[in-house]
Design a protein around this ligand. Structure first.
Ligand code: ATP
Ligand code: MG
Length: 574
């Protein structure tokens, strides 16, 4: 490719609404442009990178025996009504009517479409296992689109759906996808970790998210330093060991204390000169038309996903001040479990507490020396909090490490949720009709590119891992009008092209410095610089984007050195 004939609109500065580095660099390097909130055009270089990721995905999915098809982006309401998600999906589902007044939506995912297809086409156990995949554009009306194509509204996803005759088969399909995803992200040259993810009401450990490790990631993840356990913080189980000293404490009589305008955990503990560990927060929570209280130790945080799963709830939110007042007869900030007439769910950590402080359900008042059973009853004890660095690995008791990641892929064992709701049944070997057991598997293609940049950049621009770089090599003639310079550069360019290397020649009539800046910004892994001075000694310079310094190579060796370096870079990505 020739730079002068291509379209790479680089920018000196990123627009001010770009918050994170990958977003800034994708705009500056001319990979994407925004059309509307969360809706982007992939410019030629951006598309080239997207296609490289897609090709890796396609190769690995094919290798795993999955079969490619392509489903429509526009989906009729009927199938969503069948699955029950027309009501539950919420506002991320963009709905509209056609000219005949029929309801449609833009597909945010394709469980309904594929289940509808399979229900009509697959009748016998002989037709399974089968796994269908597509690489297709999704639309989700995200509440807060941000970070460019990392979290946008229209995006490209690879989604796959497996169909098996029984649980065991579905587990096998899941394992195959797990391994396939590992291969895909390895081949993309990314540092990633597969973590256990929330499975909602289905439960079990059959969901993993693939996280690209990056400090700017939206997701928090934990991993054990002693065993392979790793989980999204949303999911990470907490095993509570009750503090033994609490057991020997005597129960003291409880008393009211006047705490004028003292509401938050920090304020209360400071006012009463206690640590936040001696305090119990009472959170009033609205869930599916019901109200419950959740008790959490002062220094801990509620994990709303755990509570939601425990209750089997669709919706969960903190009660507003009005509702809090109605339930507790006190303004927000003074809720407590004593005398409270709603269901009380307490985090396990509270089991080990004695003589603690709670709100008094009375304005400007707290209670001291509150005790379980004596003063109030808990309906359910459960693990409903977010894991902390003080906690240990739930599997082996080892020390935990906390980090951040960007979710680029998600695999999920669905079971028979959709096949039962939509009637996707098959005739088994024993002649009985049974629901098909499903799994679903997604990769955000655009997000993978953004995450790769988030993980691989420096102050000058992107440092693409070679397997997903827009070009493997850029040839930069420094003085274009020197005929020998441009002759040699053209010759090197042609040779590389002929040997199948993905190469760009910067044939623009610009100063070398400008070209170097653009090459760095674009993140092309290898640069060959052809300059007048070097040529006097029949030498050219090669520079790896990730290295600081270039090195000189005799003209006669350029091809072989470049090939060697390319291989080295690909080797690293394997
Ligand atoms: P998130 O929690 O980030 O919203 P999700 O759990 O909704 O993700 P899935 O439904 O599992 O995502 O979709 C599969 C993959 O699609 C995700 O792992 C992610 O890579 C990608 N993806 C999801 N939402 C977006 C989005 N708004 N923009 C870009 N990619 C997305
Ligand atoms: Mg989402």
């Amino acid at each position: 490719m020739r730079y002068s004939k291509y379209f790479i609109p680089t920018l000196k500065e990123a627009p001010s609404d770009a918050e994170i580095i990958s977003h800034k660099l994708m705009l500056r390097a001319g990979l994407i442009r925004k059309l509307s909130s969360g809706i982007y055009t992939y410019l030629p270089v951006g598309l080239k990178v997207i296609r490289k990721v897609e090709n890796i995905i396609r190769e690995e999915m094919d290798r795993a025996g999955a079969i490619e098809l392509l489903m429509p982006g526009v989906q009729p309401a009927e199938i969503w009504q069948e699955s029950g998600r027309w009501e539950h999906y919420g506002k991320e589902l963009l709905r509209f009517k056609d000219r005949n007044g029929r309801d449609f939506c833009l597909g945010p995912t394709h469980e309904e479409v594929i289940t509808d297809l399979v229900k009509k086409e697959i009748r016998s156990y002989r037709q399974m296992p089968v796994n269908f995949y597509q690489i297709q554009t999704k639309f989700r009306d995200e509440i807060r689109p941000r970070f460019g194509i990392m979290r946008c509204r229209e995006f490209i996803m690879k989604d796959a759906y497996s169909f098996d005759v029984d649980e065991k088969g579905a587990e096998r399909s899941y394992e195959i996808m797990y391994d396939t995803y590992c291969n895909i992200f390895k081949r993309c040259g990314l540092k990633f970790r597969a973590v256990e993810a929330d499975t909602g009401s289905i439960g079990g450990t059959f969901s993993h998210e693939f996280m690209v490790l990056a400090d700017t990631g939206e997701d928090q993840i934990v991993n054990c330093t002693a065993c392979p356990y790793a989980a999204n913080i949303e999911k990470a189980e907490v095993v509570d060991h009750y503090e033994s000293e609490a057991h020997s404490q005597r129960l003291l009589p409880y008393e009211e204390v006047h705490t004028p305008d003292v509401k938050s955990v920090d304020e209360v503990s400071e006012f009463l000169n206690i640590t936040s560990k001696e305090l119990v927060k009472t959170l009033i929570i609205k869930t599916d038309g019901d109200v419950v209280a959740a008790l959490i130790r002062g220094d801990h945080e509620l994990n709303p996903i755990k509570l939601k799963n425990l209750l089997g709830a669709q919706e969960l939110e903190l009660a507003d001040p009005l509702l809090v007042e109605e339930i507790t007869h006190a303004p927000m900030g003074f809720a407590g479990p004593v005398g409270l007439n709603i269901k009380i769910i307490a985090d396990n950590a509270i089991k080990g507490m004695k003589n603690f402080v709670t709100g008094a359900n009375k304005k400007d008042t707290h209670l001291k020396n509150v005790n379980l059973d004596r003063d109030f009853k808990v309906d359910t004890f459960a693990d409903i909090r977010i894991i902390t660095p003080e906690d240990r690995c739930p599997k082996c008791g080892g020390e935990l490490h906390f980090g951040r990641g960007i979710e680029v892929g998600h695999i999920f064992k669905l079971g028979t949720k959709y096949s039962e709701a939509m009637g996707a049944l098959f005739l088994d070997r024993d002649g009985k009709e049974k629901p098909i057991v499903m799994g679903c598997y997604g990769i955000g293609v655009g997000r993978t590119v953004a995450a790769a940049i988030e993980q691989n950049h420096d102050k000058d621009g992107i440092i693409f891992p070679i397997p997903i770089a827009p070009f493997e090599v850029i040839v930069v003639p420094v003085q274009m009008h020197e005929s020998r310079v441009s002759e040699v550069a053209e010759r090197i360019y042609k040779e590389m092209k002929d040997s199948g290397i993905d190469v760009l020649i910067d044939d623009r009539d610009l100063r070398g410095g400008v070209k170097f800046k653009d090459a760095d910004l674009l993140g092309i892994p290898l640069r060959v610089t052809v300059g007048k001075r070097g040529l006097e000694e029949d030498m050219v310079e090669i520079k790896l984007r990730k290295d600081k310094e270039p090195f000189s190579v005799p003209l006669s060796n350029v091809s072989s050195v470049i090939k060697e370096k390319i291989e080295e870079l690909y080797g690293k990505a394997k």
